[in-house]
Write a protein that binds this ligand. Structure first.
Ligand SMILES: [Fe+2]
Ligand SMILES: [Fe+2]
Length: 137
């Protein structure tokens, strides 16, 4: 279960809200995994994956746009991490999901949990002070 905590805050409200939404999408996937133990949930898994991908692209663009606006010094390396994440999602989407529903979803959830820890809690948390100095909260 993905649970939001105040300590995860990046100090930029818009991005916190978007991160919360990513947590919600993670929980949705978790529900699909539980439901997939007995019955076929291919459509649900595909829907959850597509939604995650779509929302992630939206969120990354939002972060990168604001970074560009204020010339964030770590824009390039931050962008690289975003690109890597999307590459992994694409890779998972190209796997034979229909035959390995639970495995693929579990892999995705593990990856998402890892991503949350490493990117949102580390890399994203670095831009808070920078944006705050530019009047973005
Ligand atoms: Fe983020
Ligand atoms: Fe980010």
């Amino acid at each position: 279960m993905f649970k939001w905590q105040e300590s995860f805050s990046s100090n930029v409200k818009e991005f916190d809200e978007q991160h919360k939404k990513l947590f919600a999408l993670g929980n949705q996937l978790l529900d699909v995994v539980h439901a997939s133990r007995n019955t076929d949930h291919y459509d649900d898994i595909m829907e959850a994956l597509d939604e995650l991908k779509e929302y992630t692209v939206y969120h990354f663009n939002a972060e990168e746009e604001l970074m560009l606006t204020y010339n964030y010094p770590k824009l390039m390396s931050h962008k690289m991490q975003h690109k890597k994440f999307l590459g992994k999602v694409e890779e998972l989407l190209s796997k034979d999901i229909d035959k390995n529903q639970v495995d693929v979803t579990l892999e995705l959830l593990t990856f998402l949990a890892d991503w949350i820890q490493n990117h949102i809690l580390v890399t994203d948390s670095q831009y808070g002070d920078f944006f705050n100095k530019h009047g973005e909260y």
